[in-house]
Design a protein around this ligand. Structure first.
Ligand code: AHG
Ligand code: MN
Ligand code: MN
Length: 280
C-alpha cells in the first residue's frame, strides 16, 4: 500500500504542474458518462495511467475517462478506480479542483475498499489519505508531502452544499435543504465535489448532497471513483453517508463501472435529519 501511495503522490505532483498550462479547451471526445472531455481531463488520465501502471501493487485501473477497465498485472493486489480531475468544468474560472482515488483489494466493490486518497489543486497542493484514520498533507518547498493534521468531523456543522439544478429537485429534497437554511446553515457550493467535501472536512462538519433529479433519477456522481472513496474518507473521519435510504453509501452495489447514485455526506446531525426527511 505504501508503495502505491507514493506512486499516487508522484502522479498528483505531475498533474498539478500540468494544470499551470493554460489550455482549458475541449478535446473532440466524450467519456463513458457522456461528458465532453477537456484536454486536461485526458492529460490527467494519461499521467495517472502512466505512473500507476509502473507500480507493482496495481492489478487494474478504472478511470472516469476510460470506458473499460485497464488490466495491468493479474498477480497484483489492488484495483485503483479514479477520477483524474474532479470539477474540471471549473478550470476556466481557476477554482480548486482535485483527483480522487479509490483503492480496492481484488474486486472493485465498496466492501473491498481498503483506502482512499484525494488531492486538491488550489493555491497549495494538498493530499488527503484515509486508511484507518484521515490525514491531511501539504506539499512543501522540497516537493514532499508534509503531515498537517488529522481530519475529524464533528457531530454537527454549518455548511450546506447541494448539487443539481434546483428546478429539478424533488419536493423532499427542496424542503430538506430549505429546513437547513432555516436553521442557519450557510451555502457553500463550488461545483467540484472534492473541493466542497474538502471544505466540510477541514471546517469539521456540514453536508454535501447530490440528489436524484428529474433528468438524472440515479443522480450524477459515479459510485466507484467519486462516491465510494469520498464516503470512505468522510466515514473514517467520523462522518456519515447515505443515499437517502441506506445507512451508508458503502452498502450499495453496482454492476456498471460508471454507475451513478444519489449521495449525501456529512456530520451525524445532518445525515440523521436527511434520512428522517427521505424516509418519511
Ligand atoms: P467531473 O468534473 O469529474 O465531471 O465531476 C463534476 C461533478 C462534481 O464534482 C460536482 O459536484 C458536480 O459534478 C457538479 O454538478 P452540477 O453542476 O450539476 O452541480
Ligand atoms: Mn468528478
Ligand atoms: Mn473528472
Amino acid at each position: 500500500m505504501k508503495e502505491l501511495i507514493d506512486f499516487i503522490k508522484k502522479a498528483v505532483i505531475e498533474i498539478s504542474k500540468e494544470l499551470k498550462n493554460p489550455d482549458t479547451s475541449y478535446s473532440s471526445t466524450e467519456n463513458a458518462t457522456g461528458d465532453k472531455q477537456l484536454k486536461l481531463d485526458v492529460k490527467s488520465d494519461l499521467i495517472i495511467t502512466d505512473v500507476l501502471s509502473k507500480c507493482k501493487e496495481v492489478k487494474a485501473l478504472i478511470s472516469e475517462e476510460k470506458d473499460e477497465i485497464l488490466n495491468i498485472n493479474d498477480k497484483a493486489k489492488f484495483i485503483v478506480a479514479y477520477d483524474p480531475l474532479d470539477g474540471s468544468s471549473l478550470l476556466d474560472v481557476n477554482f480548486s479542483v482535485g483527483s480522487i482515488f479509490a483503492i480496492y483489494e481484488q474486486e472493485a466493490n465498496a466492501k473491498n475498499l481498503k483506502a482512499a486518497v484525494y488531492s486538491i489543486y488550489g493555491p497549495r497542493l494538498e493530499l488527503v489519505f484515509a486508511y484507518d484514520k484521515v490525514e491531511l498533507f501539504r506539499l512543501d518547498k522540497d516537493e514532499q508531502f508534509a503531515l498537517v493534521k488529522e481530519l475529524k468531523m464533528s457531530q454537527k456543522g454549518k455548511i450546506n452544499a447541494s448539487g443539481g439544478t434546483q428546478r429539478d429537485w424533488s419536493k423532499t429534497h427542496s424542503d430538506f435543504i430549505k429546513s437547513l437554511f432555516d436553521e442557519g446553515y450557510r451555502l457553500r457550493y463550488s461545483g467540484a465535489m472534492v473541493s466542497d467535501i474538502h471544505q466540510i472536512l477541514c471546517k469539521g462538519g456540514g453536508i454535501f448532497s447530490y440528489p436524484a433529479t428529474k433528468n438524472a433519477p440515479n443522480g450524477k456522481l459515479r459510485a466507484l471513483f467519486e462516491v465510494f472513496p469520498l464516503a470512505f474518507i468522510v466515514q473514517k473521519a467520523g462522518g456519515f453517508t447515505s443515499d437517502g435510504f441506506n445507512d451508508t453509501l458503502l452498502d450499495l452495489t453496482f454492476k456498471d463501472l460508471h454507475a451513478t447514485t444519489p449521495c449525501f455526506f456529512g456530520s451525524k446531525y445532518e445525515i440523521d435529519k436527511l434520512k428522517d426527511a427521505y424516509r418519511a
